[in-house]
Ligand binder design. Sequence first.
Ligand code: UD1
Length: 356
Amino acid sequence: MSIITIVGARPQFVKAGTVSRALRSAGLKEIIVHTGQHFDYNMSQVFFDDMEIPEPDYNLEINSLSHGAMTGRMLEAIERILLKEKPSLVLVYGDTNSTLAGALAAQKLAIPVAHVEAGLRSFNMAMPEETNRILTDRISTHLFCPTQVAVNNLKAEGFTNFGCNIHNVGDVMLDAALYYSERSAQKSTIVRDIGLEPNPVLATMHRQENTDNPHNLKGIIDALNSIHSERQVVVPLHPRTKKIIEGSGIKMNFTIIPPVGYFDMIELLKHCALVITDSGGLQKEAFFFSKGCVTLRDETEWTELVDGGYNVLAGSNSETIVDCYKMMLSTTPDFSAPLYGSGDASVRIVDRLKQG
Ligand code: UD1
């Protein structure tokens, strides 16, 4: 059987890295299509290098467009590749425009789709990711869920009537964290390079709901500035956020660094006291490395983290963020709960795909 993997944005490189290794170990043929959605070296190529992902067979170089134009062009270009390569399955990850374009192109040609990270919901239809994940789930044959909450979401939406296969395999991001954390200390020099102080806060922000709303953006930056006055706040800044802040004149006093590769991110996670983020993936990575997390959103797809006291939803209000930061620093939850499986999600996915 031959599999076409569609990736395009940073979180997908992390997820595809471990599954790609499992596919190769099982002797399956994988063709990698990179849509080009993320294209800066430190948003894309560094992950292929760090994670030893094979170079993409195709790079569509589609980026920096409106959502509709980006998704539409990807759809057309991916269809051409599928017609040429005639794969037996298309593998997509997560919730980006690349995910939806890949799934839709395959579905229109009656090629089965496998969706890794299926069943997640924020129940916020204003997020472009929510539309992408709902539509992708609906047209997928194999829905690989990372958590029981994700399985329950699909059941509540009637997916058991749709003739698809729902599998709770655990989270491929845990596989990645376990595998690469054994190597990161040798591979990364970030702690020295940026003069990391003891027990810093690691923060990221890139969600449209935060970056495109000046009030929310200012609330978050004010909070990080205030926390930085007592404890170093390190922010690997997403290019979207950087462009917007530069145009807004809002002042940042914390430590800003360019987006980091996977080994550097693991080292920052290992060394930090706490994570503050609006990223989906980083909320879980905080948990994998036994760090509390303050989430800069009003809802999360990873509700089990909030229920377990590992994560608190702070939104974008400056005072709330600072209060949540203080509260999370003063708690010591037990991080041993197996919320995301046992680190073998990639192998379980590949085993299931081999069965056809
Ligand atoms: C996308 C995903 C989001 C994911 C995030 C991870 C969608 C709808 N959103 O959001 O789910 O969590 O990736 O980062 O697919 N840019 C660069 N260099 C790059 C990449 C992007 O300058 O390497 C710029 C683009 O030109 C654009 C902006 O950043 O102006 C946003 O990029 P885009 O791909 O539209 O969405 P993200 O915010 O990255």
